[in-house]
Write a protein that binds this ligand. Sequence first.
Ligand code: SF4
Length: 349
Amino acid sequence: MEKQDSKPKLIGMTLAELQDVVYRGKMPKFVGKQLAEWLYDKKVSDFESMANISKKNKEWLAANYEIGRERPSRESKSADGTVKYLFNVGNGNAIESVYIPDKDRATLCVSSQVGCKMNCYFCATGKLGFKANLSAAQIMNQILSIPPAPKKGEEPMNPLTNVVFMGMGEPLDNFKEVEKVIEILTAPWGLAWSPKRITVSTVGKLPQLKELLDRTQVHVAISVHTADTAQRESMMPAQRAFPISNVMKTLSGYDFSHQRRLSLEYIMWRGVNDDIVHADMLVKLIGKIPCRVNLIRFHSIPGVDLKPCSEERMIMFRNHLNQKGITATIRASRGEDIEAACGMLAAKK
Ligand code: SF4
């Protein structure tokens, strides 16, 4: 049975908000910091475990709030080690997160919305339409609950080293909550991660892209997919409101030559955007902006007549970009057998 939202959730709250909670409960201010430590550093999922908080205070907290930790309701494992998790998020809605292990790293691809408003032609999430924004608590729950504790006899999975906002939804269309999550991930009272461990992927939604660039230091990935503006508009309706030339102009005002990384995502479709002409248009669009291009294999989805282009064509495209002085790599495809690869997330129950 689906759990109904009742009390406010503590995960997803900043230190200032937790201090507000303890103030309301007439507790000393330092309890706010203790609470943050239990939630984000020790990652406890019940009030009982909060050893240095008094019984009376724990009872008050439990009566008025919930921690907000929910286990995934289903998991599917890929032959390549990728694991897709389904979370119920209320009102009959579900979202997916994808755990991608790679040697000593483990990246979690998180969702920021149920469905998406951007309606990109090639994307399974876009086909769902928009249902709801996820709260910071619902995004944090994905990060705190994965990987789940191992079952008896199971090897523990590597803890998360990176988070990418590349799951369901356009993160900058839910910027307030996403920004809060970035704060919790990077603050000393939160998970104390370096912003270099976080990447936000966007179609280039302005002005929120500028706010993200100004107010955080996280890496940015822009879904370009084609530098031909008419073609981009037909594939990505967002091109109309946020032309890629404006997005690149905004990006050109920031420093991506040191710590912060800019990647341009480019899904390759056979006979659509895989020609040398398209590579040259991309080179022109990039100009002098330091970035890397990720060439992504397309994964067919029902009802979409696009086809993946051949490996040879991808290599030719990559080599051409490299010759023009642009770092380009063909991104290894992960989790296709469980519909967890790029553009395939549709939270089918
Ligand atoms: S590709 Fe991203 S922005 Fe476009 S519809 Fe899918 S989830 Fe939304």
